[in-house]
Write a protein that binds this ligand. Sequence first.
Ligand code: IMP
Length: 201
Amino acid sequence: MKQQQNAKTWVLASHNRGKIRELEDILAPRGLELKSAADINLDEPEETESTFEGNAALKSEAARAATGLVCLADDSGLSVDALDGDPGIYSARWAGEPRDFGRAMKRVHEKLEALGAADRTARFVCVITVSEPGQETRVYRGEVEGEIVWPPRGDAGFGYDPVFQPKGHDRTFAQMSSEEKKSMSHRGRALEAMIAAEFKA
Ligand code: IMP
C-alpha cells in the first residue's frame, strides 16, 4: 500500500473547474479532500518544458514545494503526425489570446492542406503526474488515436474536439456525450492508470 493513502488532502495544480470536479468525484469516495490551485492561491508556473511529462511534473512539483502535500497536475494536447507532433504541448497556445479554438483548428487544417498531407492521423495525449513529498514524481500517460477531419463537426466538448475523430468511429469527440468520450479519451485513460496504481490494495 502506498504511503500517500494516509494523507487526507491532495492538491490539484489547476484552476480548471472541469478538471477539479472530475477528480473530486474520484477522490471523495476514497476519503480524500481535494484542494485546487485557486483554493490555496497557488500560481501556475510557466510551462517551459518541451514534453507533456515535463510540463505536468513542473506544475505538480511546484505545488508540492509550496504546500508539502501530495499534488497532482496534468498536461495534454493534440499531436498531429504530418505536423511532426504539433500543436502538441502548444495546443492551448495555438488558440491565441483570448482563446479561439476555431482559429486553432483552422490552423491545423490549413497546415495539412499546405503540405498536401494524405496522412491525417493524430492522437490526443494526456499526462498526469503525482508528486508526493520525499518521493519521485509518478507519471501516468493516456493516448487516443484518431484522425483530423474537416469541416469541424459537433458542439459538445471543448478545444479540438470537433476535428478529432477517434479511430474506429464515424463521429468526432464533439459529437459524443461526455461519458462516451471519457470511456476512450486520453484523459480517461491517464486517470484510469493513475487510479489503478495509486489506489491498489
Ligand atoms: P492543458 O492540458 O490544460 O494545458 O490543455 C491543453 C490543450 O490541449 C487544451 O487547451 C486543448 O486545446 C487541447 N486539449 C487537451 N485535451 C483535449 C480534449 O479532450 N479535447 C480537445 N482539446 C483538448
